[in-house]
Each structure stands twice: as structure tokens, then as C-alpha cells.
Design a protein around this ligand. Structure first.
Ligand SMILES: NC(=O)C1=CN([C@@H]2O[C@H](COP(=O)(O)OP(=O)(O)OC[C@H]3O[C@@H](n4cnc5c(N)ncnc54)[C@H](O)[C@@H]3O)[C@@H](O)[C@H]2O)[C@@H](O)CC1
Ligand SMILES: [K+]
Length: 550
């Protein structure tokens, strides 16, 4: 399995937590103590010299965690200023509040109270966690706006540490929940330097505003593993839709689920080696066709073809119209070229059973893509539809039917809107309640409608399969990946993996992982041409240089 940590929705997290408590083997108080201790521990690791902390405690169990953190930091020599609400929290949070009161006072959690707080090195946000279901309003919304204004990355600002999540962020979607009345009540987005979440990441940590709101994300093990894993055995449970996973999380996970990315990817690649060819020859690594467009537009398809070659396809043939062939005379010499003028020629080409994957779209031109699309769909072999092929697909009479689950669609946001306008409109709605409609919801629906694997590109790439499997890859740390041609490289890389026999969902996930890693490895200044050239180093770095030999 290529994928890293499982991502839990807030409903799943609640179900696991309550199963743990119902079992009688662990109490809510113990879980809260562990959660608070995990945050206090992360703070003490980063700020080994005791400093000054302001803790903002909300109305529920997230607030309860805040009182635990305050107590533990005070015991470690920190100076604490705690703000809280005069409400009746649940019994665990109430007990933690009582324990804190034996140590220090609680100032009212108001905007004025926060403004007048003594200067501090860190502000700990324990206002709302996974229990947020509606937009913060009134005094709490004012507190959050003030918190957003007085914390941040800048010099002289206290660092914001978020408990489970930055407050106000919907943990199922990564959207800031908005009250429905005007600009002056709109949330001021929080920018935490550190977020310590419990047990598992939630979609909201990785989607939309999540990565910028959370800062460095740590996942703390609070001892729920047993109940999380038992739940996995009973997938019929309504709380357990098909798994949502992070593609190898780049953030540290402090528990034993830490998977080794090298071994995961080795297994995925291993599946791509045909049985019976242990030594391997070029056809045992597949043959990919990459369709190119008219003269003057060949760069995109060449990028895709180069990526398919570097990804390890045994053979890659670039197919421009015969009149555009001269444009493709340059390197790489390993690339084969063959003229392709019309659907009839393509149909003939695809009768060769050695062709194991096809890429249609990059630089192709919408008309040419529309002409070739029916042949590709009839052929029903593994394929990637990207760029102009997606525009053609959205206009096709049978859309959204006619696709199979070995086909990968790789839209960016604009192409997604053309393919699924209603889902795009739902994503664009102002999120006023939790759980807000998320990119994973949209992608699962999209994949189920069209019957193909759909990959929505972005800093938070989401991939979904028709059976409901989905994964998220967060690449918000490599903004330089958003440059011309990188999408063509991604399409080519997926095609290369499909050609090698890797299943569509895994091929897409593996390509997204390596694509972002390649950008990270190269650094700023990257152009799309640089990406395929990083692959040999990545394969070696990840122990993939044995080409799938286990
Ligand atoms: N998941 C787990 O296993 C554990 C969770 N713990 C903590 O518990 C948190 C969840 O606790 P809760 O379910 O009490 O929820 P929260 O503490 O996130 O929210 C507090 C309460 O506020 C109410 N609320 C929601 N939206 C509101 C709004 N806009 N304005 C005013 N009130 C609003 C809700 O009814 C909720 O009960 C987690 O985020 C985590 O910090 C830990 O204490 C222990 C273990
Ligand atoms: K919080």
C-alpha cells in the first residue's frame, strides 16, 4: 500500500473516542490528560527554556485540553495567563478546569481580556477543536479575530500553538466557517506556527486553508490505536466510508503507524513488473503512447513523454500529426516518434497489444483531442486524460459516462469546473456549517459519477476512485511547483506508471508523491523540464532503483 496515515473525519474520530470510553479501558479524563500532555511536550521540545504563555480555553473538551496544558506548563516553570469561559463544560473539561484553578486564576475569554493580556511568547488556542459545527459568533468570534491580528509569523508576534486545530477551521474541509452576515463578521484567518492534532490527521488539516492555518502539523498518539484499528475491521459501519488516506505524509507522525515511503513505493512498483519477466526487457515495462498536438504546441506532450520514460516505461512513443513531426527531432533519443493524423490511424495503432497506456491531452488542441477521444474510450485501456482532452470530454455527448476505472482524469480547478459545474459551485459556496462540503466529497462524487479515477491538482491534490477510496497529498511547501508544464509532467508520469502495469489509483498517487518530491528536491527556480531529471535520484533515495524487485 502506497499510502501513509489514515485521515479521519471528525465523525469517525468521535466514534473511535467514544468506543474507547465505552470499553471502560480508558476514561475521557485520561485521554484529555494525554492530549494536553502531548501539546505541552511539543511546546517544551521547541521552547526548552520556560517562557510566558497565554492559554485561551473554549467551551468544550478542546478547552479542557487547554487547562491541562496550562497546568503542565506551569509545573514546568512557565508563567501562565489563562482565559476561559464562564460556562458549564462537560465533566472532563470541568474537572481539568478545577485542577487548573488550584494553580492559577482564569480571566474572562473576551476580546478586551485578550488585548489586555500580559505579553507572552506563545498563545495557545484551545477554543474549538473537532466539535465546531457552526461559525463562531459574537464575543468568541471577536476573540478569534483579535487572536488572528495579534499572532503570526512576524517578528515580535507571539507564536500561535493550536490544540487539535486552529479554531474556526472546519476539520472536515479546511474551510473557515463564516457567519452569514457581512464582511465585518468574517473570520480573520489564524496562522499557527504549530498545530498538535490527536490520533490522526483530519481532512481539514490538509485541505484548502488547513496547511497555512496549521503551520507545522504534529500528530500525537493518545492511545486510541486499538479502537481505530478494530474499527477498520468493521467497514460496514456507517461511520466508516472507504478509507481516506494521506499520500505519504511529509509531517511527522508520532506513532508506530509511521510507514516507510521507500517500501510502500517499492511494493507499488513491484506490482508493475509483469510476472514471467524476472529479468525484464523493455516490453515487460510497458509501452506508452503520448499523443502530441499540431506544430508549435509540441512542448507539453514532449514533457509528458520524457516523464513517462523517466518513470520507467519500457518504451514511449510520441504521436504528433505527421506535419508536426519535424518539431520533435531533438532529444531525448530514447523517445520514439510516429505520425498520427486521425482516429482511424489511432484505432489501428491500438490493436498492438504491447501498448499498455496512453496519454491524451497535453498540447493536443481541443479539436484533435475530441476527434481521438472516442477511440481512446472504446479501447478502454489504461489512459490519462489531461488538459485539452478534459475540455473535449466535458463536451462529449456521453459525458459523464463511458470511462473505466483504469482511466485517470487530471483536471486543475478550471477543468474540474467544466467537467463538474455543480460540484464546483458547491465548493465555491460560503461554508456556513460543519462539516462543510470538501474537496474530498467533491472528488468522491466526481469519480463515482464518471467511473474513472479523478485527480484534482492543487497544493492539496485529492485523488478519488469510483469505489470511494480517496487520498490527499499536501504540497503547500513547494509553491514553485505551480509553473508552466508541471501538469504535463504529472500526466506523463502517471502514464509511465500505468504502462508498467500499476493500477490507476496507485499510479496517480505514486506520481503525485514523486512529482512533489522532485520539486522539493530541486527547489525554487524549477522549470517543468527539471522534474523528470530528478526522478533517478528520487528512485535511488527511496530505494526504488531495483525496479520493484522485493
Ligand atoms: N478526539 C479525541 O479522541 C479527543 C479529543 N479531545 C479534545 O476534544 C475536542 C473536541 O471536543 P468537543 O466535542 O467538546 O468540541 P470542541 O471543544 O471542539 O467545541 C466545544 C463545544 O462548542 C460547541 N460549539 C460548536 N460550534 C460552536 C460555535 N460556533 N459557537 C459556540 N459553541 C460552539 C459545540 O457544541 C462543542 O460542544 C477535540 O478537538 C480535542 O481537542 C481530547 O480532550 C481527548 C481526546
Ligand atoms: K483549537
Amino acid at each position: 500500500m502506497l499510502f501513509g496515515t489514515e485521515i479521519l473525519t471528525t465523525a469517525q474520530m468521535r466514534a473511535i473516542e467514544s468506543a474507547a470510553m465505552v470499553s471502560g479501558k480508558v476514561s475521557g479524563l485520561t485521554l484529555m490528560e494525554r492530549a494536553g500532555a502531548a501539546v505541552a511536550g511539543e511546546i517544551r521540545l521547541r521552547w526548552p527554556k520556560p517562557g510566558r504563555a497565554t492559554v485561551l480555553c473554549g467551551p468544550g473538551n478542546n478547552g479542557g485540553d487547554g487547562y491541562v496544558i496550562a497546568r503542565l506548563l506551569a509545573q514546568a516553570g512557565w508563567q501562565l495567563h489563562v482565559l476561559g469561559l464562564d460556562n458549564a463544560p462537560g465533566p472532563d473539561a470541568a474537572e481539568m478546569k478545577r485542577r487548573w484553578r488550584r494553580i492559577g486564576p482564569i480571566a474572562p475569554l473576551t476580546e478586551a481580556g485578550l488585548r489586555q493580556s500580559p505579553a507572552s511568547d506563545i498563545c495557545i488556542d484551545a477554543i474549538f477543536g473537532t466539535g465546531l459545527t457552526r461559525p463562531p459568533e459574537g464575543q468568541i468570534a471577536a476573540v478569534l479575530r483579535q487572536l488572528g491580528r495579534m499572532t503570526g509569523d512576524g517578528e515580535g508576534y507571539p507564536c500561535l500553538v493550536a490544540v487539535d486545530c486552529p479554531s474556526g477551521l472546519c476539520m472536515d474541509s479546511g474551510e473557515w466557517l463564516h457567519p452569514d452576515h457581512g464582511e465585518d463578521t468574517a473570520p480573520v484567518p489564524l496562522h499557527a506556527g504549530l498545530t498538535v492534532a490527536f490520533d490522526s490527521p483530519k481532512p481539514g488539516h490538509l485541505l484548502q486553508w488547513g496547511p497555512t492555518a496549521c503551520g507545522k502539523l504534529m500528530i500525537a498518539d493518545i492511545g486510541l490505536r486499538h479502537w481505530r484499528e478494530r474499527r477498520a475491521d468493521t467497514r460496514a459501519d456507517a461511520m466508516c466510508p472507504p478509507a481516506l488516506r494521506a499520500i505519504w505524509p511529509e509531517f511527522p507522525v508520532r506513532d508506530s503507524r509511521m510507514v516507510d515511503v521507500g517500501s510502500c513505493a517499492r511494493i507499488a512498483l513491484g506490482k508493475g513488473i509483469s510476472a514471467g519477466h524476472p529479468a525484464g526487457h523493455k516490453y515487460s515495462h510497458g509501452h506508452a503512447l503520448v499523443v502530441a498536438g499540431p506544430a508549435g504546441h509540441g512542448g507539453a506532450a514532449r514533457l509528458a513523454a520524457r516523464a513517462a520514460l523517466r518513470g520507467g516505461a519500457g518504451l514511449v512513443t510520441l504521436c504528433p500529426p505527421a506535419a508536426a513531426m519535424a518539431e520533435h527531432a531533438g532529444p531525448p533519443d530514447a523517445l520514439m516518434r510516429r505520425g498520427l493524423d486521425n482516429a482511424t490511424q489511432m484505432r489501428a495503432m491500438l490493436t498492438d497489444p504491447r501498448i499498455t497506456a496512453l496519454c491524451l491531452g497535453p498540447g493536443c488542441g481541443v479539436n484533435r483531442a475530441a476527434g481521438l477521444l472516442p477511440v481512446v474510450l472504446d479501447h478502454a485501456g489504461p489512459c490519462v486524460l489531461d488538459a485539452d482532452a478534459l475540455t473535449a470530454l466535458a463536451q462529449a455527448p456521453h459525458w459523464p459516462g463511458g470511462l473505466s476505472d483504469n482511466c485517470v482524469l487530471t483536471p486543475h480547478a478550471g477543468e474540474f469546473a467544466r467537467l463538474f459545474p455543480d460540484l464546483d459551485a458547491r465548493l465555491a459556496e460560503t461554508p456556513m456549517r460543519g462539516p462543510a462540503f470538501s474537496r474530498t466529497d467533491a472528488l468522491r462524487e466526481a469519480a463515482s459519477r464518471c467511473g474513472a479515477v479523478v485527480l484534482l491538482k492543487g497544493p492539496d491534490t485529492v485523488i478519488a476512485a469510483p469505489d470511494g477510496q480517496a487520498c490527499i497529498h499536501s504540497a503547500s511547501d513547494v509553491p514553485w511547483l505551480a509553473t508552466a508544464g508541471t501538469g504535463d509532467v504529472l500526466a506523463g508520469l502517471i502514464t509511465g506508471f500505468l504502462a508498467r502495469g500499476i493500477a490507476a489509483f496507485e499510479a496517480a498517487a505514486l506520481a503525485v508523491l514523486l512529482h512533489a518530491r522532485a520539486a522539493r528536491r530541486f527547489g525554487p527556480g524549477l522549470i517543468a523540464d527539471d522534474l523528470p531529471e530528478q526522478l533517478p535520484f528520487l528512485f535511488r533515495e527511496l530505494g526504488l532503483d531495483e525496479w520493484g524487485r522485493k
